[in-house]
Design a protein around this ligand. Structure first.
Ligand code: MRU
Length: 322
């Protein structure tokens, strides 16, 4: 599969994640404003992919008129929760004094690194999952999309599924649809279908019932920001999943590149949680499903305390709070 996000010599190219699974189309983003709009609309999304977007945003900023640092700051602030976005911006900005070519080289290095690090993190996590779960083949549960589409390539939590599937160790994956934007039903299910991994989509509300019926051996999720103590911000619903999993003795394994660890935050309570437009909940695929003026609580992420997580895994292996 082509990279989720890339540079074609003149523009940032992305697989448009608002169009899948119906349409597979590539967008070319030529300006900082187009990139910011794509980030806000979730045409490009997922923490590691946002890290690449941040670095490529500095590339675009360094080629436009005006102060590139001002434009870069706007890219970094396009979404608040995934630390990878500001991490990617900061890393590319460090090269600004060396010129636009140096910024581009750094951004391309981040793109190359991404697949390598996610493959390593998910390989470590696959071994940890095999150590935590006795049953073979495994029945896994996925929330949101932490696959190829959430990274430059390969994936983090779904990368574990790819490793285990290669070894014939996956029976099936239960895919939380992941309301309100359906990253599970639209994107994770599409990736699993492409890879020939058996899966079933379920409403988010069915996850606890699936665990109660003994249908889940392990919950696998990615992360948007990991605090120093191991608390994890991830797609809304992850916290509820982890509570249910704890109740049923099902391990929760979090997989992310180390760029998702934010050592400057002591605990998850300090993580900024993005709140999104009310109409994302008042409508469903363009159809109004709630009164037009209904008040809405629409946080895009929640924080799962470290105590509910069996292992947080990066390319360096199991993350252990200092
Ligand atoms: O709002 P999104 O789709 O950007 O949220 C993405 C997630 O919550 C993912 O689980 C997370 O970024 C990890 S992706 C490897």
């Amino acid at each position: 599969m082509r990279r989720t996000i890339d540079w074609d010599g003149d523009a940032v190219t992305i697989i448009d994640q608002t169009a899948l699974p119906t349409d597979y189309r590539i967008l070319r983003l030529r300006t900082v404003d187009e990139l910011i709009d794509a980030i806000r609309r979730l045409a490009v999304r997922g923490a590691p992919a946002l890290g690449a977007a941040g670095a490529l945003g500095v590339v675009l900023a360094s080629r436009e008129g005006g102060d590139p640092r001002v434009s870069a700051a706007r890219v970094a602030q396009a979404r608040p929760t995934a630390v990878n976005l500001s991490w990617g911006v900061a890393r590319a900005l460090k090269k600004l004094d060396e010129g636009a070519d140096a910024v581009l080289a750094e951004a391309l290095e981040i793109l190359d690194e991404d697949e390598r690090l996610n493959r390593a993190a998910s390989a470590h996590a696959a071994d940890i999952v095999l150590g935590l779960c006795d049953r073979r083949p495994l029945r896994l549960l996925s929330h949101c999309n932490a696959g190829h589409l959430a990274t430059v390539a390969w994936g983090s939590a779904l990368g574990v599924v790819w490793h285990l599937h290669e070894r014939g160790l996956v029976e099936s994956v239960l895919v939380d649809e992941t309301r309100p934007l359906l990253q599970g039903a639209r994107l994770t299910a599409w990736e699993l279908a492409q890879a020939g991994v058996p899966y079933r989509v379920q409403p988010d509300g069915a996850a606890a019932a699936a665990m109660a019926r003994g249908l889940v051996d392990c919950v696998l999720v990615g992360a948007d920001r990991i605090a120093a103590n191991g608390d994890v911000a991830n797609k809304i619903g992850t916290y509820g999943l982890a509570i249910a999993a704890h109740h049923h003795g099902v391990p929760v394994v979090v997989v992310a590149p180390s760029s998702t660890v934010d050592g400057s935050l002591a605990t998850g309570a300090e993580i900024a949680i993005e709140e999104r437009e009310p109409d994302e909940l008042r409508t469903f695929m363009g159809t109004r499903i709630a009164p037009p003026d209904a008040d809405v609580f629409n946080p895009a992420f929640d924080v799962t305390p470290a105590g509910l997580i069996a292992a947080v895994v990066t390319e360096d292996g199991r993350y252990r709070p200092a």
